[in-house]
Design a protein around this ligand. Structure first.
Ligand SMILES: Nc1ncnc2c1ncn2[C@@H]1O[C@H](COP(=O)(O)OP(=O)(O)OP(=O)(O)O)[C@@H](O)[C@H]1O
Length: 364
């Protein structure tokens, strides 16, 4: 189900110009700030918008060819969409909502019933089959929306900020479920988000969009932990360290990084420690006591970041290599008090309570 996109869309002063290939079973996250063109891209893929130039091909079928006037309508494209809002039909039961796509494609009632059972079970929503959407919580409704999107067996699934409308407590469970379902069904998917965590947990690869253009792309962890452009670094906005999950924490070489685990991680599987640069304390002497999560480094660079100064760490002669590029935010006064300048030896400390350990896409 390879997706090949090469399109230009012009909207008044804005123009999106993008070339992208997604391999069968691959999940690609498109990250970008407001107005970057993410929704424009999804609309073009879904067939809700006609590109001014270019082609969209999915699984060998031409969905759009601007030069030849080809434009397959949305319902015939084999493209499913999961939006921020579950958008379930309020007057139908959950089961009828999930059966709707297959039935309108001509699938028999009994085959559609089988699909309903399978997908409601996959998203842990079997018990809601007879309810109406009004009787579900936001998270439950979104699970049903996942089942509905997948029951249509789309060749491409578009995910538009699927957790944005959920409260913070419901999002991790849904993200875990979606990660499992996407992996088990080997679904080709494009995920639009401005949350780097969604990309980390769900996507194999990330594409960073700015002002209608791709500014960076690559394997998710590589792009987010070592952004090559200042723009991506700002979007990523997080410190992240890759390792292997053990009950004691994230094992990275000789280090164990302690943190909390908001969503389950299998022991021995690839994971990341994620924390905010504002949670990192910078010391010029090794901190006293026995605090955990202390890493030796040097000051690699100092740059203004809003009303703070962002320190970029570099590797010290005797310290771990993975500290290279980690960020810490300090006030200008503390930079002056500590006498920090490029090359200064420092110790970075971050409390376990401020560190979240997450599974990463591609892990078991
Ligand atoms: N119908 C339209 N007509 C003209 N310009 C539009 C239209 N819709 C969007 N735009 C412009 O296109 C640009 C990209 O918008 P788009 O919605 O694709 O961005 P986005 O990355 O999805 O942003 P957000 O994260 O806020 O949803 C913006 O400058 C927007 O003002």
């Amino acid at each position: 189900m390879t997706l090949a996109v090469d399109i230009t869309v012009r909207r008044d002063a804005f123009s999106l110009s993008l070339r992208l290939t997604v391999a069968p079973g691959e999940v690609v996250a498109v990250l970008g700030r407001n107005g970057a063109g993410k929704s424009t891209l999804l609309s073009a893929l879904a067939g809700l918008l006609r590109p001014d130039e270019g082609r969209i091909e999915l699984a060998g079928r031409v969905l759009t060819d601007a030069a030849k006037g080809v434009h397959v309508p949305p319902h015939l494209r084999g493209v499913g969409m999961l939006a921020q809002d579950p958008l379930l039909f309020p007057h139908m039961t959950v089961a009828a909502n999930v059966a709707f796509g297959p039935r309108s494609r001509g699938v028999s009632r009994s085959a559609a019933d089988d699909l309903v059972r399978r997908w409601l079970s996959d998203v842990d929503a079997t018990e809601f089959a007879a309810r109406r959407p009004g009787q579900l919580s936001g998270g439950q409704a979104q699970r049903v929306a996942v089942a509905r999107a997948l029951a249509s067996e789309p060749e491409l699934l578009l995910l538009d900020e699927p957790f944005a409308a959920l409260d913070v407590d419901a999002a991790p469970a849904l993200r875990t479920m979606l990660r499992r379902v996407l992996r088990d069904s080997a679904r080709t998917a494009l995920l639009v988000t401005h949350d780097p965590l969604d990309a980390l947990v769900l996507a194999d690869r990330v594409v960073v969009l700015s002002d209608g253009q791709i500014v960076e792309q690559g394997e998710t962890r590589a792009v987010l932990s070592r952004p090559r452009t200042a723009f991506t670094a700002r979007i990523a906005g997080l410190d992240l360290v890759s390792g292997v999950y053990r009950p004691a924490g994230l094992v990275v070489g000789d280090f164990v990084i302690s943190g909390h685990v908001p969503e389950p991680i299998a022991e021995g599987s690839p994971a990341v420690a994620v924390f905010s640069p504002s949670a990192v304390a910078v010391h010029v002497e090794p901190p006293g006591g026995s605090p955990r999560n202390v890493f030796g480094a040097v000051v690699g660079g100092l740059e203004p970041h809003g009303d703070m100064i962002r320190l970029r760490a570099g590797r010290s002669v005797d310290g771990p290599s993975w500290v290279d590029g980690l960020a810490a935010d300090l006030t200008a006064a503390s930079v002056a008090d500590l006498g920090l300048e490029p090359g200064t030896r420092v110790w970075l400390a971050v409390k376990a309570a401020e560190v979240a350990l997450h599974p990463v896409a591609g892990g078991s």
